[in-house]
Design a protein around this ligand. Structure first.
Ligand code: GTB
Length: 216
């Protein structure tokens, strides 16, 4: 059955791979599933045709036959369950890999988004400089703990899994800020993820949308 995902027609990051369709493309590349992409304008994302599959009018979505999914974590989980390559066969190892997916989305991503939103939206508020150190400290706390757990290992729990795919995707958002530089094991971990051929293909595919428009 044909798989169709949605992505930004014009990503605000200019093709740096930070929008959440990249993690879905990456998962599909890891398991060797071809897919189509429907590009959406910001206006189209809020129209009924897209609000049907996505109640919040966002990207990415995933369609396959009569299945329509939203939420990048749920989509990657679905792909990992349907196809070999992203979840271990052993039941306990599989449960731990799923725990790492949730950890990435519910423990690591929120303080990253909190910092991104503070810098983007709250910069001109009179209390911005008072609040910022606490926001940064909450994120550093989690990064330190994650770095301690990863230690010298290549991946979070044995072989590369959907847990690593989501965790690396979440951490990539920090790369432009240089904040990961203080955690060499996490920087190396993210670099290992980025070096995977499947990630490279996913990155190039999302970048091609931007370069086709800008002519660069
Ligand atoms: N929890 C949902 C998921 O994981 O799928 C969140 C989906 C989401 O935030 N989608 C964003 C969106 O559609 C795009 S990815 N936004 C438009 C809207 O809400 O109207 C978030 C994103 C956007 C831009 C950058 N960037 O430019 O760097 C990075 C990440």
């Amino acid at each position: 059955m044909t798989i169709t995902i949605t992505a930004f027609e014009r990503s605000p990051d200019g093709g740096k791979g930070l929008a959440r369709d990249t993690r879905v493309r990456w998962a599909l590349e890891e398991v060797g599933q071809p897919y189509n992409v429907r590009l959406l304008s910001f206006k189209a994302m809020k129209e009924p045709a897209h609000l049907a599959p996505h109640p919040f009018g966002q990207i990415p979505t995933y369609e396959e036959g009569d299945l329509a999914l939203f939420e990048s974590g749920a989509i990657v989980f679905h792909i990992a369950e349907r196809h070999a390559g992203l979840l271990p066969a052993d039941a306990n190892a599989r449960a731990r890999a799923i725990a790492w997916m949730f950890a990435a989305l519910s423990t690591i991503e929120p303080p990253i988004l909190d910092l991104a939103n503070a810098r983007l939206v709250e910069r001109n508020e009179p209390w911005y400089h008072q609040r910022l150190p606490a926001v940064e400290q909450r994120l550093r706390q989690r990064l330190g703990e994650l770095s301690d757990r990863l230690g010298k290992a290549d991946w979070l729990d044995g072989e590369f899994s959907a847990g690593d795919l989501i965790m690396v995707s979440v951490l990539l958002r920090l790369k432009p800020s240089g904040m990961l530089d203080a955690y060499p094991s996490l920087s190396a971990y993210v670099a290992r993820g980025e070096a995977r051929p499947a990630y490279q293909r996913a990155f190039e595919a999302q970048r091609a949308v931007f370069t086709a428009q800008s002519g660069s």
